[in-house]
Design a protein around this ligand. Structure first.
Ligand code: CP
Length: 349
Protein backbone atom coordinates (compact mmCIF):
# COMPACT_ATOMS: atom_id res chain seq x y z
CA UNK A 1 0.00 0.00 0.00
CA UNK A 2 1.36 3.45 -0.82
CA UNK A 3 2.81 5.39 2.12
CA UNK A 4 0.13 8.04 1.64
CA UNK A 5 -2.61 5.46 1.98
CA UNK A 6 -0.98 3.93 5.06
CA UNK A 7 -0.63 7.36 6.65
CA UNK A 8 -4.26 8.14 5.89
CA UNK A 9 -5.38 4.86 7.44
CA UNK A 10 -3.13 5.36 10.41
CA UNK A 11 -4.47 8.82 11.07
CA UNK A 12 -8.11 7.85 10.75
CA UNK A 13 -7.60 4.82 12.95
CA UNK A 14 -5.77 6.86 15.57
CA UNK A 15 -8.51 9.40 15.81
CA UNK A 16 -11.56 7.28 15.14
CA UNK A 17 -10.90 3.99 16.84
CA UNK A 18 -8.73 5.13 19.70
CA UNK A 19 -11.03 7.91 20.77
CA UNK A 20 -7.94 10.11 21.16
CA UNK A 21 -5.79 11.84 18.59
CA UNK A 22 -2.49 10.15 19.19
CA UNK A 23 -0.76 11.34 16.08
CA UNK A 24 -1.94 14.93 16.21
CA UNK A 25 -2.45 14.89 12.46
CA UNK A 26 1.25 14.35 11.77
CA UNK A 27 2.41 11.84 9.18
CA UNK A 28 3.86 8.62 10.56
CA UNK A 29 7.30 7.89 9.20
CA UNK A 30 8.43 4.96 11.33
CA UNK A 31 11.82 4.42 9.74
CA UNK A 32 12.89 8.02 10.18
CA UNK A 33 11.74 8.07 13.79
CA UNK A 34 13.14 4.70 14.83
CA UNK A 35 16.43 6.03 16.17
CA UNK A 36 14.41 8.14 18.62
CA UNK A 37 13.22 5.00 20.42
CA UNK A 38 14.92 2.82 23.01
CA UNK A 39 17.07 0.03 21.60
CA UNK A 40 15.18 -3.24 21.73
CA UNK A 41 11.86 -1.66 20.81
CA UNK A 42 9.95 -3.46 18.08
CA UNK A 43 7.43 -1.08 16.55
CA UNK A 44 7.32 -2.16 12.90
CA UNK A 45 9.01 -4.85 10.80
CA UNK A 46 10.73 -2.37 8.52
CA UNK A 47 12.89 -1.34 11.48
CA UNK A 48 14.48 -4.78 11.42
CA UNK A 49 17.37 -5.53 9.08
CA UNK A 50 17.70 -9.06 7.76
CA UNK A 51 20.62 -9.42 10.20
CA UNK A 52 18.31 -8.34 13.05
CA UNK A 53 15.78 -11.00 12.03
CA UNK A 54 18.56 -13.59 11.89
CA UNK A 55 19.66 -12.49 15.36
CA UNK A 56 16.15 -12.84 16.78
CA UNK A 57 15.78 -16.32 15.30
CA UNK A 58 19.18 -17.38 16.64
CA UNK A 59 18.27 -16.08 20.10
CA UNK A 60 14.92 -17.88 19.91
CA UNK A 61 16.71 -21.14 19.25
CA UNK A 62 19.27 -20.59 22.01
CA UNK A 63 16.52 -19.90 24.55
CA UNK A 64 14.55 -22.90 23.34
CA UNK A 65 17.54 -25.18 23.91
CA UNK A 66 18.16 -23.94 27.48
CA UNK A 67 17.03 -26.00 30.44
CA UNK A 68 13.85 -24.71 32.09
CA UNK A 69 15.86 -23.79 35.20
CA UNK A 70 18.50 -21.79 33.32
CA UNK A 71 15.88 -20.07 31.21
CA UNK A 72 14.02 -18.99 34.33
CA UNK A 73 17.07 -16.97 35.41
CA UNK A 74 17.51 -14.94 32.22
CA UNK A 75 15.21 -12.05 33.24
CA UNK A 76 15.12 -12.52 37.02
CA UNK A 77 14.36 -9.23 38.76
CA UNK A 78 13.13 -7.50 35.60
CA UNK A 79 9.67 -5.93 35.31
CA UNK A 80 7.56 -6.18 32.16
CA UNK A 81 4.11 -4.63 31.72
CA UNK A 82 1.46 -5.80 29.29
CA UNK A 83 -0.75 -2.85 28.34
CA UNK A 84 -3.76 -4.02 26.35
CA UNK A 85 -6.46 -1.70 25.01
CA UNK A 86 -7.94 -4.46 22.83
CA UNK A 87 -8.85 -8.04 23.57
CA UNK A 88 -6.32 -10.76 22.81
CA UNK A 89 -5.82 -14.41 23.58
CA UNK A 90 -2.70 -15.54 21.74
CA UNK A 91 -0.51 -12.44 21.85
CA UNK A 92 -1.23 -11.49 25.43
CA UNK A 93 -0.94 -14.98 26.85
CA UNK A 94 2.19 -15.88 24.94
CA UNK A 95 4.02 -12.66 25.88
CA UNK A 96 3.02 -13.16 29.51
CA UNK A 97 4.02 -16.82 29.61
CA UNK A 98 7.23 -16.01 27.76
CA UNK A 99 8.15 -13.33 30.32
CA UNK A 100 7.30 -15.59 33.27
CA UNK A 101 9.28 -18.49 31.81
CA UNK A 102 12.32 -16.16 31.76
CA UNK A 103 11.83 -15.24 35.41
CA UNK A 104 10.49 -11.72 34.89
CA UNK A 105 7.78 -10.11 36.96
CA UNK A 106 4.77 -9.23 34.82
CA UNK A 107 1.59 -7.32 35.27
CA UNK A 108 -1.34 -6.82 32.94
CA UNK A 109 -3.03 -3.44 32.57
CA UNK A 110 -6.20 -3.57 30.53
CA UNK A 111 -8.43 -0.75 29.36
CA UNK A 112 -11.35 -2.60 30.97
CA UNK A 113 -10.10 -2.55 34.55
CA UNK A 114 -7.77 0.41 34.95
CA UNK A 115 -7.85 4.19 35.09
CA UNK A 116 -7.93 4.16 31.30
CA UNK A 117 -11.67 3.64 31.79
CA UNK A 118 -11.74 6.98 33.61
CA UNK A 119 -10.14 8.71 30.64
CA UNK A 120 -6.43 8.56 31.49
CA UNK A 121 -4.35 9.12 28.36
CA UNK A 122 -1.86 6.70 26.89
CA UNK A 123 0.94 9.12 27.78
CA UNK A 124 -0.05 9.34 31.45
CA UNK A 125 -0.63 5.61 31.66
CA UNK A 126 2.84 5.00 30.23
CA UNK A 127 4.51 7.47 32.59
CA UNK A 128 2.68 5.89 35.54
CA UNK A 129 3.84 2.42 34.57
CA UNK A 130 7.42 3.66 34.19
CA UNK A 131 7.26 5.27 37.65
CA UNK A 132 6.13 1.91 39.01
CA UNK A 133 9.23 0.25 37.62
CA UNK A 134 8.23 -1.00 34.19
CA UNK A 135 11.36 -1.71 32.12
CA UNK A 136 9.54 -2.76 28.97
CA UNK A 137 5.95 -2.29 27.83
CA UNK A 138 4.08 -4.58 25.46
CA UNK A 139 1.29 -2.56 23.90
CA UNK A 140 -1.81 -3.52 21.96
CA UNK A 141 -3.90 -0.55 20.90
CA UNK A 142 -6.69 0.09 18.39
CA UNK A 143 -4.97 3.23 17.11
CA UNK A 144 -2.29 2.82 14.48
CA UNK A 145 0.88 4.51 15.69
CA UNK A 146 0.13 4.23 19.42
CA UNK A 147 3.32 2.22 20.17
CA UNK A 148 5.42 5.00 18.63
CA UNK A 149 3.86 7.55 20.94
CA UNK A 150 4.33 5.33 23.99
CA UNK A 151 7.97 4.64 23.13
CA UNK A 152 8.62 8.33 22.60
CA UNK A 153 7.06 9.57 25.84
CA UNK A 154 8.41 6.84 28.13
CA UNK A 155 11.82 6.22 26.56
CA UNK A 156 11.27 2.55 27.41
CA UNK A 157 11.58 -0.34 24.98
CA UNK A 158 8.09 -0.93 23.59
CA UNK A 159 6.97 -4.07 21.79
CA UNK A 160 4.09 -3.52 19.38
CA UNK A 161 1.54 -6.27 20.05
CA UNK A 162 -0.77 -4.98 17.29
CA UNK A 163 -1.67 -1.36 16.57
CA UNK A 164 -4.90 -0.68 14.70
CA UNK A 165 -4.60 -1.53 11.04
CA UNK A 166 -0.88 -0.85 11.01
CA UNK A 167 1.35 -3.73 12.13
CA UNK A 168 1.78 -6.84 14.24
CA UNK A 169 5.52 -7.43 13.96
CA UNK A 170 5.88 -10.26 16.48
CA UNK A 171 3.17 -12.17 14.57
CA UNK A 172 5.17 -11.85 11.34
CA UNK A 173 8.27 -13.20 13.10
CA UNK A 174 6.42 -16.18 14.57
CA UNK A 175 4.84 -16.81 11.18
CA UNK A 176 8.29 -16.75 9.62
CA UNK A 177 9.59 -19.35 12.08
CA UNK A 178 6.52 -21.52 11.47
CA UNK A 179 7.10 -21.37 7.71
CA UNK A 180 10.78 -22.22 8.10
CA UNK A 181 9.96 -25.20 10.31
CA UNK A 182 7.18 -26.53 8.08
CA UNK A 183 9.30 -26.16 4.94
CA UNK A 184 12.18 -27.91 6.72
CA UNK A 185 14.52 -24.94 6.51
CA UNK A 186 17.01 -23.78 9.11
CA UNK A 187 15.01 -22.07 11.89
CA UNK A 188 18.16 -20.70 13.54
CA UNK A 189 19.01 -18.11 10.93
CA UNK A 190 17.88 -16.44 7.71
CA UNK A 191 19.39 -14.42 4.88
CA UNK A 192 18.05 -12.53 1.88
CA UNK A 193 17.56 -15.73 -0.15
CA UNK A 194 16.23 -18.11 2.52
CA UNK A 195 12.72 -18.07 1.06
CA UNK A 196 13.71 -17.94 -2.63
CA UNK A 197 11.13 -19.90 -4.63
CA UNK A 198 8.56 -19.87 -1.80
CA UNK A 199 5.13 -18.38 -2.53
CA UNK A 200 3.00 -17.24 0.40
CA UNK A 201 -0.63 -16.53 -0.49
CA UNK A 202 -2.46 -14.29 1.99
CA UNK A 203 -6.23 -14.44 1.57
CA UNK A 204 -9.00 -12.24 2.92
CA UNK A 205 -9.36 -8.85 4.55
CA UNK A 206 -5.96 -7.46 3.63
CA UNK A 207 -7.09 -3.85 4.01
CA UNK A 208 -7.69 -4.09 7.74
CA UNK A 209 -5.06 -6.68 8.55
CA UNK A 210 -1.99 -5.66 10.51
CA UNK A 211 -0.84 -9.29 10.20
CA UNK A 212 -0.98 -9.15 6.39
CA UNK A 213 0.89 -5.85 6.33
CA UNK A 214 3.69 -7.08 8.59
CA UNK A 215 4.09 -10.36 6.70
CA UNK A 216 3.98 -8.65 3.31
CA UNK A 217 6.72 -6.30 4.42
CA UNK A 218 8.90 -8.99 6.01
CA UNK A 219 8.75 -12.16 3.89
CA UNK A 220 9.81 -10.69 0.51
CA UNK A 221 12.98 -9.35 2.13
CA UNK A 222 13.93 -12.98 2.74
CA UNK A 223 13.20 -13.96 -0.87
CA UNK A 224 9.52 -15.00 -0.68
CA UNK A 225 6.89 -13.98 -3.19
CA UNK A 226 3.73 -12.78 -1.44
CA UNK A 227 0.45 -13.07 -3.34
CA UNK A 228 -2.40 -11.07 -1.81
CA UNK A 229 -5.85 -12.40 -2.61
CA UNK A 230 -9.26 -10.92 -1.87
CA UNK A 231 -12.10 -8.83 -3.26
CA UNK A 232 -11.48 -5.21 -4.23
CA UNK A 233 -13.34 -3.91 -1.14
CA UNK A 234 -10.88 -5.69 1.15
CA UNK A 235 -7.79 -5.53 -1.05
CA UNK A 236 -7.19 -2.22 -2.81
CA UNK A 237 -4.92 -2.40 -5.85
CA UNK A 238 -2.50 0.02 -4.20
CA UNK A 239 -1.48 -2.77 -1.80
CA UNK A 240 1.13 -3.46 -4.50
CA UNK A 241 2.93 -0.35 -3.30
CA UNK A 242 3.82 -1.98 0.04
CA UNK A 243 7.05 -3.16 -1.53
CA UNK A 244 8.81 -5.48 -3.93
CA UNK A 245 7.86 -9.15 -4.21
CA UNK A 246 4.13 -8.56 -3.74
CA UNK A 247 1.36 -9.43 -6.22
CA UNK A 248 -2.43 -9.13 -6.23
CA UNK A 249 -4.51 -12.07 -7.51
CA UNK A 250 -8.29 -11.83 -7.16
CA UNK A 251 -8.99 -15.44 -8.13
CA UNK A 252 -8.43 -17.69 -5.11
CA UNK A 253 -8.09 -20.90 -7.12
CA UNK A 254 -5.36 -19.38 -9.27
CA UNK A 255 -3.62 -18.01 -6.18
CA UNK A 256 -3.85 -21.31 -4.29
CA UNK A 257 -2.43 -23.25 -7.22
CA UNK A 258 0.83 -21.35 -6.66
CA UNK A 259 0.86 -21.53 -2.85
CA UNK A 260 3.53 -23.15 -0.74
CA UNK A 261 1.81 -21.44 2.17
CA UNK A 262 -1.83 -20.33 2.34
CA UNK A 263 -2.34 -17.78 5.10
CA UNK A 264 -6.03 -17.17 5.78
CA UNK A 265 -7.31 -14.03 7.49
CA UNK A 266 -10.36 -13.42 9.62
CA UNK A 267 -13.11 -11.22 8.28
CA UNK A 268 -12.93 -8.39 10.83
CA UNK A 269 -16.62 -7.66 11.25
CA UNK A 270 -15.78 -4.99 13.84
CA UNK A 271 -13.97 -2.99 11.15
CA UNK A 272 -16.57 -3.44 8.39
CA UNK A 273 -19.09 -0.73 9.33
CA UNK A 274 -20.09 0.99 6.08
CA UNK A 275 -18.80 -1.89 3.93
CA UNK A 276 -21.27 -3.64 1.68
CA UNK A 277 -19.79 -7.13 1.88
CA UNK A 278 -21.99 -10.06 0.91
CA UNK A 279 -20.75 -12.83 3.20
CA UNK A 280 -22.37 -15.61 1.13
CA UNK A 281 -20.54 -14.41 -1.95
CA UNK A 282 -17.34 -13.98 0.03
CA UNK A 283 -17.53 -17.56 1.29
CA UNK A 284 -18.16 -18.88 -2.21
CA UNK A 285 -15.13 -17.03 -3.60
CA UNK A 286 -12.62 -17.02 -0.75
CA UNK A 287 -13.36 -19.69 1.88
CA UNK A 288 -10.65 -22.33 2.27
CA UNK A 289 -12.76 -25.46 1.93
CA UNK A 290 -11.68 -29.10 1.94
CA UNK A 291 -12.45 -29.40 -1.77
CA UNK A 292 -10.62 -26.22 -2.78
CA UNK A 293 -7.53 -27.15 -0.78
CA UNK A 294 -7.45 -30.71 -2.15
CA UNK A 295 -7.93 -29.51 -5.73
CA UNK A 296 -5.57 -26.56 -5.78
CA UNK A 297 -3.04 -26.82 -2.96
CA UNK A 298 -2.84 -30.36 -1.60
CA UNK A 299 0.67 -29.79 -0.25
CA UNK A 300 0.45 -26.17 0.94
CA UNK A 301 0.97 -25.27 4.57
CA UNK A 302 -2.25 -23.73 5.94
CA UNK A 303 -1.82 -20.86 8.38
CA UNK A 304 -4.11 -18.45 10.21
CA UNK A 305 -3.07 -15.91 12.88
CA UNK A 306 -6.35 -16.41 14.74
CA UNK A 307 -8.89 -15.94 15.98
CA UNK A 308 -10.51 -18.27 13.46
CA UNK A 309 -14.12 -17.95 12.44
CA UNK A 310 -14.86 -21.55 11.45
CA UNK A 311 -17.25 -21.77 8.54
CA UNK A 312 -16.40 -18.29 7.29
CA UNK A 313 -12.84 -17.85 5.96
CA UNK A 314 -11.88 -21.47 6.70
CA UNK A 315 -13.78 -24.67 7.40
CA UNK A 316 -13.12 -26.62 10.59
CA UNK A 317 -11.84 -29.72 8.76
CA UNK A 318 -9.07 -27.69 7.13
CA UNK A 319 -8.20 -25.81 10.34
CA UNK A 320 -7.87 -29.16 12.14
CA UNK A 321 -6.39 -31.05 9.20
CA UNK A 322 -2.85 -32.28 8.54
CA UNK A 323 -1.88 -29.28 6.41
CA UNK A 324 -2.77 -26.86 9.18
CA UNK A 325 0.08 -25.22 11.11
CA UNK A 326 -2.25 -23.04 13.17
CA UNK A 327 -1.37 -24.53 16.56
CA UNK A 328 2.31 -24.49 15.64
CA UNK A 329 1.99 -20.76 15.01
CA UNK A 330 0.70 -20.31 18.55
CA UNK A 331 3.58 -22.34 20.00
CA UNK A 332 6.10 -20.40 17.92
CA UNK A 333 4.64 -17.24 19.42
CA UNK A 334 5.85 -18.26 22.85
CA UNK A 335 9.34 -19.09 21.56
CA UNK A 336 9.83 -15.96 19.43
CA UNK A 337 8.37 -13.61 22.05
CA UNK A 338 10.89 -14.88 24.63
CA UNK A 339 13.64 -13.68 22.31
CA UNK A 340 11.93 -10.32 21.76
CA UNK A 341 11.74 -9.75 25.52
CA UNK A 342 15.38 -10.65 26.08
CA UNK A 343 16.36 -8.37 23.19
CA UNK A 344 14.17 -5.58 24.54
CA UNK A 345 15.87 -5.69 27.92
CA UNK A 346 19.35 -5.88 26.43
CA UNK A 347 20.28 -9.13 28.18
CA UNK A 348 22.91 -11.47 26.71
CA UNK A 349 21.64 -15.05 26.53
N1 CP B 1 -2.95 -13.40 16.30
C1 CP B 1 -3.42 -12.59 17.28
O1 CP B 1 -2.99 -11.44 17.40
O2 CP B 1 -4.32 -13.17 18.12
P1 CP B 1 -4.92 -12.48 19.44
O3 CP B 1 -5.79 -11.32 18.99
O4 CP B 1 -5.70 -13.55 20.15
O5 CP B 1 -3.75 -11.98 20.24
Amino acid sequence: MRQGRVTELAKSAAIGEGGVCLLSGTAVNPSALHSAYAAGSLLAVEHLTVADVAGILALTSRLEKMSVANRARVLTGRTIVLLFYESSTRTRTSFELAAKSLGATTTLVSDKSSSIEKGESLKDTGLTLRALGAECIILRHPASGAPFLLAQVTGLPVLNAGDGMHQHPSQALLDLRTILQRLRKDVCTVHAKTLDGVTVVIVGDILHSRVARSNAMLLPRLGARVVLCGPAELLPEDALGMGAGIEVERDMDRALARADVAMMLRIQKERLAGFDLNLGEYIARYQLSVERLAAKAPKAVVMHPGPIIRGLEIVGEVADGPQSAIEEQVAQGLAVRRALLVRALGVQA
